[in-house]
Design a binder for this molecule. Structure first.
Ligand code: CAO
Length: 400
């Protein structure tokens, strides 16, 4: 039976959806956190009040929701006992203890989860029986819970959240920007859910950079937009994705399927004052170096001015993160969900390379390729980065 899941009375007029923690077809359990919303002063996790399957997600991140906004359609699984409150009407999801939906701040929920405390064992003393930190602390003391957890790594997080660093010196407290909150959640989810392997390589781009410099001097277009190193890397990646289709795929573990995409859209990580954004350059197969350079330039400008639309972030197949203009040698980029790999580009520099007779200076570009080991094995990863290396170190191969 499908039912509408409505937002319960959260004690404020409206709130913004800042994270959705489930996908369509996910099997969820009662009390599992489904989404996080944020009002003017606080954020709140919205748990499921049923065991079931998510059939439809009726909201998206940044949507404003109010009491009784329909947030999900859920199929109630067999074992759930339906009460009149479960049926579609405005009494659904009332916050009371018989429905096991507890008022508690995300901090309290996190602390309780990390100490494996079931909130239904605690009687809240706050407004509307809200379980406040003091209730949790009392429960922990009464039940000697910390004694059992002091050595666990999970409790380290709680110690940091509650730790008073000002004991040791002056401390500034900075609120996380919305972008950092959202990207932080995604990054930690991707980092912990996807088994990453990162393969490194040095690429000799001496000829490529000399070709690019000559080209830019001779053919710079009327808008004075140069062709960039990044656009050549995009072109090499396109060829790589065509030759190694599993790098252009998405895995569905639940359905035991890998989707191989026939289109190629490349996400470009852009550093902005508010955090990392990844606009997507669409249909790169049919764009030339100049088009790609212009589009990366325009999208990165728009990202920094906050002018990108939601559609600019959608449909990515593979991401490139270039820190080359900044510095560093090699890093371990994190794969975006729905993608199989990401290429990190670091700062090129001259290195002495032995040619059999003597050392000669060559311009060397460090590349770092992270891939999803569920989809791609080590040999395929090495073949992919070697192929990129061949293309970028021989401009004739890349441009034919
Ligand atoms: N090595 C050394 N110098 C490099 C370089 C490299 N790999 N790549 C670019 N440069 C230098 C060059 O001097 C270049 O100028 P010329 O083209 O005239 O030689 C200059 O940097 C600017 O390069 P560009 O215009 O091609 O810009 P870019 O490709 O370096 O970067 C963009 C564009 C949007 C990717 C970048 O501005 C950016 O935001 N990078 C950060 C991405 C990021 O934060 N990733 C981290 C994600 S994980 O947290």
């Amino acid at each position: 039976m499908d039912i509408e899941i409505k937002l319960p009375d959260i004690g404020i007029d409206q709130a913004e959806v800042i994270d959705i923690l489930v996908n369509v077809n996910d099997v969820v359990q009662k009390e599992q956190i489904l989404m996080i919303i944020e009002g003017d002063k606080a954020s709140m996790e919205i748990p499921s009040i049923h065991d079931g399957i998510i059939k439809e997600i009726k909201v998206k991140i940044t949507d404003i929701v109010r009491k009784d906004s329909i947030i999900f359609i859920m199929e109630i699984t067999k074992n759930t006992t339906l009460s009149p409150d479960n049926i579609i009407d405005n009494t659904m999801l009332k916050c009371d203890h018989t429905e096991s939906l507890f008022y508690a701040s995300p901090l309290v929920r996190r602390l309780a989860r990390s100490l494996e405390i079931d909130l239904k064992n605690i009687i809240g003393s706050g407004r509307k029986n809200r379980i406040i930190k003091k209730d949790l602390d009392n429960y922990i003391i009464q039940n000697n819970i910390l004694d059992h957890h002091t050595k666990s790594s999970k409790s380290q997080d709680n110690i940091i959240e509650d730790f008073d660093f000002s004991r040791y010196g002056k401390v500034d407290q900075i609120n996380l920007s919305k972008i950092k909150q959202i990207s932080g959640n995604l990054l930690s989810k991707n980092w912990s859910n996807i088994p990453h392997v990162t393969q490194f390589d040095y690429v000799d781009i001496t000829d490529l950079e000399s070709f690019r410099a000559k080209y830019n001097k001779t053919f710079i277009n009327s808008k004075k937009i140069k062709i960039t190193l990044l656009s050549f890397i995009v072109k090499a990646v396109v060829r790589g994705l065509e030759k190694f289709p599993y790098f252009n795929s998405t895995i569905s573990v639940k359905n035991k399927i890998i989707f191989l995409k026939k289109y190629i859209n490349i996400g470009i990580a852009v550093d902005t004052d508010h955090g990392l954004l990844v606009p997507v350059i669409k249909d790169v197969k049919n764009k030339n170096l100049s088009d790609i350079s212009n589009e990366i330039f325009k999208k990165s400008q728009d990202a920094r001015k906050g002018k990108l639309k939601i559609s600019d972030f959608q449909g990515g197949c593979f991401t490139i993160s270039s820190l080359g203009g900044i510095g560093g040698t090699f890093f371990t980029p994190i794969i975006n969900s729905n993608e199989a790999a990401i290429l990190g580009v670091s700062k090129f520099s001259y290195k002495p390379i032995w040619n059999g007779d003597s050392f000669i200076p060559k311009l060397i570009l460090p590349l770092s390729l992270s891939y999803d080991h569920r989809i791609i094995d080590g040999a395929e990863g090495a073949r992919f980065i070697t192929f990129l290396n061949q293309l970028l170190s021989d401009t004739r191969l890349l441009l034919t």
